[in-house]
Design a protein around this ligand. Structure first.
Ligand SMILES: Cc1cc2nc3c(=O)[nH]c(=O)nc-3n(C[C@H](O)[C@H](O)[C@H](O)COP(=O)(O)O)c2cc1C
Length: 202
């Protein structure tokens, strides 16, 4: 099963990734925006968690988080990441690696403004990654709800940013019932360099 869009002649793997992401969102199965994002801790250990893909364009993959979170600290010290997107129907996997850079304040403010009021309140109230007594969770929820109901715009917390992963590798895997799963691998020497594409065995 080789989707014509999967051909490396398609030249632009970020456009193909955008197509697969759009198709997954249209189908709606699973959590189509979930990106498993692996970073490197200051101690050199791997760390992994899911974040939401906020956008995919010619420049890369956009996500949001707090620079004070463990992943934010990882990215400050080692500004690189590896990501996996997994979609169930059709069964597809995309793997990406590349440098990650914080977006500027204007772009981060736009991303903050695009969130629901409740999400914005959550970003303001929660110090992501800080310990909390389980008994304090109800109070946290109440404070988020109260802030969401308060009048006036909410300001983006200073540590909260957009980030862009600029892939230097992208691999597209598609399930084949005959187990000849096509894997198109795209690589480029730098995020501004030309892509080279080829297929690897499953
Ligand atoms: C479906 C899903 C989406 C998530 N999206 C985000 C996100 O966009 N940004 C974020 O900081 N955390 C997100 N999280 C929470 C992270 O997985 C993680 O728990 C949190 O960011 C702390 O990670 P860290 O301790 O490695 O920094 C999401 C979790 C799930 C399950």
């Amino acid at each position: 099963m080789t989707d014509p869009d999967d051909r490396p002649g398609a030249a632009d793997p970020l456009a193909l990734l955008r197509t697969w992401w759009d198709e997954a969102r249209q189908r709606g199965a699973g959590v189509p925006d979930a990106l498993s994002l692996a970073t490197v801790t200051p101690a050199g250990e791997p760390a992994n968690r899911v974040v939401v893909v906020k956008g995919i364009d010619a420049a890369g993959i956009v996500l949001v988080t707090s620079e004070r979170s463990p992943k934010g600290r990882d990215l400050a010290q080692h500004p690189v990441a590896a990501g996996v997107l997994l979609w169930p129907e059709p069964l597809r996997q995309v793997r990406v690696t590349g440098p990650v850079a914080m977006l500027d304040d204007a772009a981060s403010a736009d991303l903050f403004a695009a969130h629901t009021r409740l999400s914005q309140a959550g970003f303001v109230v929660s110090a992501q990654g800080e310990p909390i007594d389980p008994a304090g969770l109800a109070d946290l929820r109440d404070r988020i709800a109260a802030l969401a109901d308060a009048p006036g715009d909410l300001q983006r917390p200073a540590p909260w940013h957009g980030y862009r992963l600029r892939p230097t590798t992208i691999e597209f895997w598609s399930h084949d019932p005959g187990r000849a799963h096509p894997r198109w691998r795209y690589t480029r020497p730098t995020p501004d360099g030309p892509w080279t594409a080829g297929m690897v065995q499953p």
